[in-house]
Design a protein around this ligand. Structure first.
Ligand code: DGJ
Length: 539
């Protein structure tokens, strides 16, 4: 190598170290301040995802007609299951033909793949375990409910159950490493799916009963003591009530009741998942997350899938499963912001692997990326139809991808989500305070009289002291300068446009009715657009 070449290589290496991204590494999570981002192909990556229906990834024929719809919705990633029953139909004999075919099609369609392991548990149940597991209950024991009834749920307390799952998951990760470490289409893995105990708060298998009456493991009590200042309040209050005990059985330390039953199960579910995750990462260390079915109002442990990676059990899951990178919420209930706020505590990176595929998903994708700097967003049963709200929102995020990721972790990025209950959201960026309202508040859009309002959502990005991009739908925005409170803020310039190959291209100069003669920025419901604004002050 001549000196010029050596200088170039050194310069590239320096740049990579400087910006912290390594090109040849498999996908990984990178911390920037309190936030964490996903890096794929050496660059920050936002998962614009969609999760397939449960049985859709079982044949190429079934998937064939759906790829075009997925592309039309501007997805860059699909989330899809790998089924234990299909990859290990006979004990110890693995068959990855279907997986390889679907991987090839994912590549042909220019998408990345997040896989979830339908292993021991899928929505609490063990329906996806192979028949040789299902039919050998002596070797692979089941959970038993409070009334003594056996469930189609493998007990997490059996070593045989763990070893069988481990063996299959390790084979899967070995295979992915072998077929994909060059091309890196698979970018993340979810071990198991919506783990949770039903229909009682804990398992009453003799192996479970024995541990329930034994000492709480010191591994857990040490963690609790060492992290006492940071424990989530819902958990801390249970521990406090019983005097912060560190020795004794589960009921002695945490008091008797369903809440303790759930803590106990959460610990052993987390320990089982830790074994799976750690073993998988030892083979091929992709980022790994676990997902939770959120609690429906008014339900107590045992009535909802209990002991999964839920916000009030965060500490137990973090203590028991340190190899898991993220705890993730699945949304089939309202209160999107409320639950996400609970999930981002303790710097847990936010990834939303499932959301009901309704007409709020476009606004929520924008909000999740702008406000939480989420790893990604993904409605469920994505192949079930063409959702233009999602297609349009993902289109905006795709255009803004370089700009958004450049601003990650730097307080230059925000997001809003508005509906009829929350008509106003205030955002401060630099010297300016922005009031975002649902554009129906203006009263003149067709849907303004509806009982339920469409969601408005937007991302706002600061690119200079008084320059901002606003992208979204159903919002009207006014401004103040909090540093110059006696001045009035006006619009110097407002352009509507798009990014083409990273370059801003103006489509229209907006003024007149489009900005209410300089009073506000507006993107009506039904429209999805990007506007670049420059603000100024007058007296
Ligand atoms: C949540 C599960 O994780 C998905 O696999 C799917 O079953 C949906 N619920 C169905 O609503």
């Amino acid at each position: 190598m001549n000196t010029t070449k050596i200088a170039i290589v050194l310069f590239v290496l320096l740049l990579q170290t400087q910006f912290g991204y390594a090109q040849n590494q498999i996908p990984y999570l990178k911390k920037s301040g309190a936030k964490t981002h996903l890096v794929v192909d050496g660059k920050p990556f936002i998962v614009l995802g969609g999760e397939l229906g449960n049985s859709s990834f079982t044949s190429t024929a079934y998937m064939k007609p759906h790829w075009e719809t997925l592309k039309a919705m501007n997805l860059n990633t699909i989330l899809a299951p790998v089924y234990w029953e299909l990859i290990e139909p006979q004990e110890g004999q693995f068959d990855f033909k279907l997986f390889d075919e679907l991987l090839a099609e994912t590549r042909e369609n220019d998408m990345k793949l997040v896989i979830f392991w339908f292993g021991s548990w899928k929505n609490s149940m063990s329906s996806h375990v192979p028949s040789w597991v299902k039919q050998n209950q002596d070797k692979y024991p089941r959970a038993i409910d409070e009334r003594g009834v056996s469930q189609e749920i493998l007990t997490p307390f059996s070593e045989n159950n763990l070893q069988a799952d481990l063996n299959a998951f390790k084979a899967l990760m070995k295979h992915i490493k072998q077929v994909d470490s060059e091309q890196q289409t698979v970018i993340m893995v979810q071990p198991e799916n919506e783990i949770g105990m039903l229909p009682s708060a804990r398992d009453y298998h003799p192996l479970a009963n024995q541990l329930f009456n034994s000492q709480v493991p010191t591994e857990l009590t040490d963690y609790l003591q060492n992290n006492k200042e940071n424990l989530v309040p819902e958990f801390l209050s249970i521990w406090r009530k019983n005097g912060y005990k560190t020795e004794g059985s589960w009921e002695e330390v945490f008091g008797p009741g369903y809440a303790t039953d759930e803590l106990f199960m959460a610990w052993y579910f987390a320990k089982f998942t830790e074994e799976i995750t750690r073993a998988g990462k030892e083979i091929y260390p992709l980022p790994m997350y676990v997902n939770a079915a959120l609690i429906r109002p008014g339900k107590i442990p045992g009535e909802y899938p209990s002991a999964g990676p839920l916000p009030h059990l965060m500490d137990i899951w973090k203590a028991g499963a340190p190899s898991v990178d993220m705890l993730s919420p699945d949304f089939y209930t309202p209160d999107f912001e409320y639950w996400n706020d609970l999930y981002v505590r303790q710097n847990n990176p936010l990834f939303i692997p499932e959301h009901r595929f309704d007409n709020t998903v476009g606004a929520k994708a924008l909000f999740a990326i702008g406000h939480y700097e989420a790893i990604g967003f993904s409605p469920f049963a994505i192949e079930s139809g063409l959702n233009m709200e999602l297609a349009n929102a993902y289109n905006l995020i795709r255009q803004l991808h370089p700009l958004i990721t450049e601003k990650f972790g730097r307080n230059k990025l925000e997001g809003v989500l508005l509906d009829k209950d929350k008509i106003l959201s205030t955002v401060v960026l630099g010297d300016y305070e922005f009031s975002f309202k649902n554009s129906y508040t203006l009263g003149w859009e067709a849907g303004a009289t509806n009982d339920v309002w469409d969601s408005g959502g937007a991302i706002i990005i600061q690119t200079d002291t008084n320059e901002f991009y606003i992208a979204g739908s159903g919002v009207v925005v006014t401004f103040k300068n909090w540093k110059k409170r006696n001045k009035i803020v006006g619009i110097l310039k407002c352009e509507e446009g798009s990014f083409e190959n990273g370059k801003w291209k103006v489509l229209r100069h907006l003024n007149g009715d489009q900005t209410h003669q300089g009073r506000h920025v507006r993107i009506s419901h039904g429209d999805y657009s990007i506007q670049r604004i420059q603000l100024y002050e007058y007296e």
